[in-house]
Design a protein around this ligand. Structure first.
Ligand SMILES: *Cc1c(COP(=O)(O)O)cnc(C)c1O
Length: 394
C-alpha cells in the first residue's frame, strides 16, 4: 500500500496524541515540584546567591555520587564545561579534534574556543552518535602515530582528541571507541550534555575518557536554568578544573593572588540550589521518561512509514528526546510532518543541520562520506518528551 502523504501526518499526530493527550505539548519542559522553591528561597533569604554558597558544593557532591565519578565541577553552562574539558586533556591551538557532524553546535564551538580545529566524522544508525568502526577505518587512511602523538597526514596537524556525543540520551559504543582512541593515542572526551541518567553497559556515561561535560540548560533532563559540569575520575585534574574555572585564585584570607589565566565560569549558588532540588528527583524523572518512550514505541508500532528509535542494546538511555525515523519512501515528507504537527500544537523538531555545512565550519577537515549523518538528518523527527507526559501515564 502506498502511504498517502496526508495520512502520514494524520497518523503521526494520532499516535502522539494517543500518548501525550490532546492539549498543546512542548518538546521538553522542565518540572519544578520538588524542593526547588525552598532551596532558591533559602539563597535569597540568606544572601548567598552568587559565586559562593553551600549549594554549589552540595550539587557537585550529588553529581559525583549519582554519576559515580570522583569529582564534578559545576560551571556556567555545558559549552564552557566542554571547552575546559578539552583544555584539561591538552587540546591546544591548531590541534584537530574529531567529532560528529551531527551534533548541537556547542560541541564544535567548544573546539573553536580552544583555538583548535573541528574535524567532522560520520554517525552510526544504531546509536545516532559517532561511529567508532568508521572512525577506525578513516584513521587508518589519514592518521599516523609518531612518538605517542597522532598526526593528520593530509594537514600535518596533530589530532589530539575525539569528542563523541550521546545523541538524545543514547550512548555511543564507548568500549569500541575507547579502543580506537588507545590505538591512535587520542584523548577521549565525552559530550554528555544529553546523557545524564544514561548508562553504557551498566555504568554511567562520562567515564570513558579523562573528562566529560554535562549541561543543565532549561531543556535538558534536569535544569539549573543555565549550567553545566565537568566530570572526572582524576583527582588532580578535578582540582585543577575547579581552580581554572574559578579565576585561578590562590586561597588566601585577603590577598587577590592568581596563578593562571583562569575563567569566571563558576555556577552561581542560585542555579546550584535549583540543581540540587532537580537531581533529588532524577530517578522518578527517568522512570517517567522510560514509560513515555515505551508508550510511544507501542503507539508507533502500527504507523506505516515510521519507526520509533529504540535504545541501542548496550545503552540504558534516559530517552531525553524521543525520536521517530521516517522510512526512505516518505522521507521527502519530513518538513510537511514538522509543519503540520507544529501547527496543531504538537512541538516537534528535526535534528541539527550538519555542522560541516554551516558557513563558519565549511572549510574544516572531514570524512568524504558523511552519508549516515545525512540520512539521519533527513529521516529523524523529535517528538514531545517532557517528564510530565510520562507521569500522566501512571
Ligand atoms: C545542550 C548541549 C550542549 C551545551 O550545553 P549548554 O549548557 O547549552 O551550553 C552541548 N552539547 C550538546 C550535545 C548539547 O545538547
Amino acid at each position: 500500500m502506498q502511504t498517502n502523504p496526508n495520512h502520514l501526518s494524520e497518523n503521526i499526530i494520532a499516535a502522539i496524541r494517543s500518548v501525550a493527550g490532546d492539549q498543546p505539548v512542548a518538546l521538553h519542559e522542565p518540572k519544578f515540584t520538588g524542593n526547588e522553591a525552598r532551596y532558591v528561597n533559602e539563597c535569597i533569604t540568606t544572601g548567598w546567591v552568587s559565586s559562593v554558597g553551600k549549594f554549589v558544593d552540595r550539587f557537585e557532591q550529588q553529581l559525583a555520587e549519582y554519576t559515580g565519578v570522583k569529582r564534578a565541577i559545576a560551571v556556567v553552562n555545558g559549552t564552557a564545561a566542554l571547552q575546559v574539558a578539552l583544555q584539561l586533556v591538552g587540546v591546544k591551538r591548531d590541534d584537530e579534534v574529531l567529532l560528529p557532524t551531527l551534533t548541537f553546535i556547542a560541541t564544535a564551538n567548544a573546539v573553536s574556543y580552544c583555538g583548535a580545529i573541528p574535524h567532522f566524522v560520520d554517525s552510526a544508525i544504531d546509536t545516532l552518535g559517532l561511529d567508532p568502526n568508521k572512525l577506525e577505518a578513516y584513521l587508518g587512511e589519514i592518521a599516523e602515530v609518531r612518538s605517542g602523538s597522532c598526526f593528520n597526514k593530509k594537514t600535518g596537524r596533530r589530532i589530539k582528541a575525539v569528542l563523541p556525543m550521546h545523541a538524545f540520551g543514547h550512548s555511543v559504543d564507548l568500549d569500541r571507541l575507547a579502543d580506537v582512541c588507545r590505538t591512535y593515542c587520542l584523548e577521549l572526551v565525552e559530550d554528555t550534555a544529553e546523557s545524564l541518567g544514561s548508562f553504557y553497559k551498566g555504568k554511567h556515561t562520562g567515564h570513558w575518557g579523562k573528562v566529560s561535560a554535562l549541561s543543565f540548560n532549561g531543556n535538558k533532563i534536569i535544569t539549573t536554568g543555565g549550567g553545566g559540569a565537568i566530570l572526572t575520575n582524576d583527582e588532580a585534574l578535578g582540582k585543577f578544573a575547579k581552580h581554572i574555572t574559578t579565576t585561578a585564585k590562590v586561597p588566601h584570607q585577603w590577598a587577590f593572588m592568581h596563578d593562571e589565566i583562569g575563567y569566571n565560569y563558576r555556577l552561581p549558588n542560585l542555579n546550584a540550589a535549583l540543581g540540587c532540588a532537580q537531581l533529588e528527583q532524577i530517578d522518578s524523572f527517568l522512570v517517567s521518561k522510560r514509560r513515555l518512550a515505551q508508550r510511544y514505541q507501542k503507539a508507533f508500532a502500527n504507523v506505516e512509514g515510521v519507526s520509533f528509535f529504540n535504545e541501542p542494546e548496550f545503552s540504558k538511555s534516559n530517552y531525553w528526546l524521543n525520536a521517530i525515523l521516517l522510512d526512505p519512501a516518505v522521507a521527502h515528507l519530513r518538513d510537511m510532518v514538522l509543519e503540520q504537527t507544529n501547527t496543531q500544537g504538537i512541538m516537534t523538531r528535526p535534528a541539527w543541520e550538519l555542522i560541516h555545512q554551516l558557513k563558519m565550519y565549511a572549510s574544516c577537515p572531514r570524512m568524504d562520506d558523511l552519508s549516515v549523518a545525512q540520512s539521519i538528518l533527513k529521516h529523524l523527527i523529535n517528538i514531545p518528551s517532557s517528564v510530565v507526559l510520562g507521569e500522566r501515564l501512571e
